[in-house]
Write a protein that binds this ligand. Structure first.
Ligand code: DGL
Length: 263
């Protein structure tokens, strides 16, 4: 059985990889983080598209049985192209999260927080356009990525930044908030504290993992192996990748390999 290929701009997609391995512990996985060229969220969509397709081509060449685009900015830039380009299933973070939010909201008012690239692409608007009666409010939270990568997920400074970012969403009376960036599941505590109990959070990592489970099951591609292997590849230096991975996601990341052919 071939591995699942998981791609992200950097470390954040580890939240998606972890959710997938929690649900599918028997699967082999190759994770590629393009840390040398991250962040993607501040770059133009054509630039993100070019980098993303290079990374996805690399994973497709490793004969993966499915490709998971574990990055909201990359999903926003390449989703349609990627579905046509590869002959394995391509799973993204946008559509499953939008679907969950649409089925969960009671008042039809949904928020999404994301990077500038994702906001510019309007990919969440497109995904929810077909659902009648949904109003989507979008807010970008650029500094959240930096806080998470610095290992900061609480504290008075972050609390103030988060209050400022989330104020328009609180004022918009949303009842469902999509965490539309790979890093944000690690800030669920503070986001939930500020938004209050009446707002349900939708984690794009969890929803993408459920979609991966569903697609592999429907296509008869699940592994029944008793052991599994994981490879972690990065286009940048392995040490920070391993350091941040260990700090944020526990003992889940090890033996990170540097990939020199991209970047
Ligand atoms: N992985 C990106 C996303 O989900 C966040 C980090 C970046 O900007 O590269 O949009």
């Amino acid at each position: 059985m071939n591995p699942i290929g998981v791609f992200d701009s950097g470390f954040g997609g580890l939240t998606v990889a972890r959710a997938i391995l929690d649900q599918l512990p028997n699967e082999d996985m190759i994770y590629l983080g393009d840390t040398a060229r991250a962040p993607y969220g501040t770059k133009s969509l054509p630039q993100v598209r070019e980098y993303s397709l290079e990374c996805l081509d690399y994973l497709a060449d490793q004969e993966v049985k499915a490709l998971v685009i574990a990055c909201n900015s990359a999903s926003s830039a390449v989703l349609r192209d990627a579905r046509e380009r590869y002959d394995v299933p391509v799973i993204d973070v946008i559509l499953p999260s939008a679907k969950r939010a649409a089925s969960q909201t009671r008042n039809g008012r949904v928020g999404v927080i994301c990077t500038q690239a994702t906001a510019t692409s309007a990919s969440y608007d497109d995904a929810l356009d077909a659902v009648p009666g949904i109003d989507l409010v979008t807010a970008t939270c650029p500094a959240f990525v930096e806080y998470v990568e610095a290992g900061i997920t609480s504290g008075t400074e972050l609390m103030q930044v988060a209050r400022d970012y989330l104020l328009p969403l609180r004022e918009a009376d949303i009842d469902t908030l999509i965490l539309g960036c790979t890093h944000y599941p690690l800030l669920q505590g503070i986001i939930s504290y500020i938004m209050g109990e009446d707002v349900s959070l939708v984690s794009s990592a969890e929803e993408c993992a459920k979609e991966t489970y569903a697609q592999l099951t429907d296509l008869g591609l699940l592994s029944d192996a008793k052991t599994s292997t994981r490879r972690f590849l990065t286009t940048g230096a392995p040490e920070p990748f391993e350091g941040i991975g260990l700090r944020l996601l526990g003992g889940f990341v090890s033996e990170v390999e540097q990939l020199y052919t991209l970047s």
